[in-house]
Design a protein around this ligand. Sequence first.
Ligand code: ADP
Length: 448
Amino acid sequence: MFSRILIANRGEIALRILRACKDLGIETVAVYSEADRDSLHLRYADETVCIGPAPSTESYLNIPALIAAAEIADVEAIHPGYGFLSENEHFAEVCQSCNIKFIGPSPSAIAQCGDKVAAKRLAKEAGVPTVPGSDGPIDNEQEALAIARKIGFPVLIKAAAGGGGRGMRVAHNEPSLVTGFHSARAEAEKAFKDSTVYLEKYIEKPRHVEIQILGDTHGNIVHLGERDCSLQRRHQKLLEESPCPVLDDKTRAAMGEAAVRLARAANYYSAGTVEFLLDKDRNYYFIEINSRIQVEHPVTEEVTDTDLIREMIRVAAGERLSFRQEDIKIRGHAMEFRINAEDPDHNFKPSPGTIHTFVAPAGPGVRWDSHVYQGYTVPPHYDSMVGKLIIHRHTRKQVIEVARRALQELTVEGIKTTAGLFLRILEHSDFASGEVDTGFIDRYFAPR
Ligand code: ADP
């Protein structure tokens, strides 16, 4: 096992990784940008290294600075967390060539998952259902129109390098397909320096259901059930739960097996997520693989009684998974609420600033994963998440009751947050009955 790990991230996930290291008796090296000097995880780390100024391109995305820090601090491994360099095959390769273990999948698996066109092709080959659409990239309007005529409108134009819902356009007719094709390409070029796009049938009112997978370097791969992430604002997840309220055991097992088949085809190890859309008739279609730990991993940890970060670290050290498929049992229900420093009453405008009063919720079934504290200033440079409230109880109904109480207890004064929005969502009858789709929030709570 490693004796010293560098955490190449910030915020709540840096703290989450640090906690897993401490529990394993591993020393931690925390890195930070000049804007993150007051970050909570720095207080608990064995060593801290400033890696550059506030902009992430000069700090958390700065590979030479991170490798220099890792070499000076003499670590054996780097955990990239999520976002930043977590799905950057080049970074994983550089780590490898510097004799530092990258705590994640192999560079080639990252590359295969990061190219959505390649991942979709692999899924097809592995016998995993995919959304009907183009077989590969689309180069011009004529090609886009020909495929759309074949599969029928509405269609979705997607960026091959996509992430965070960027480079995506829905088209309901031919003129909007032509405009969407060009604007999706331009957006993808700007966001990912790669304008490759492809086309998919736009599934109406789908649910987003994803399978957590975990593999080791000895050929063991398991799945840990699903997460329903249908509550999204403009394709960005806000609330996740497990199990999915409408999934039957047969479909659950089939999706889990499909995810494992795909992971095997990609020679995958470490933690990963296979994302699917579920249509109104409960058909499932693969959309993408995320080759990293996800923000919403705690809901799976709660219902399966596992520690996914710990498993990732063990796997990177060459150890075997500490459980087999038959050991994984889903117990009870869990939900995660992403508390963002945003103003839901003003179009989710970011609300950075100083938290002058702060009280965390607690009590049975309540988990609060966060790096903020009273007096902490949320910097304006990074994503706006200030914490994740995770509730685990026996039934979904009980989760909703405890969540209501915990969201009321949570006190964050000085900045605006999304906590109040969740209280309203919990009151909605469609949410209570579990009848939601990916358009639910945009429809009822965030009209354009
Ligand atoms: P990203 O990597 O940008 O997050 P994804 O492929 O994961 O992109 O899709 C993000 C979200 O976009 C999904 O959760 C879903 O809400 C929506 N989406 C993606 N593909 C389709 C599709 N073919 N039909 C309808 N909605 C889709």
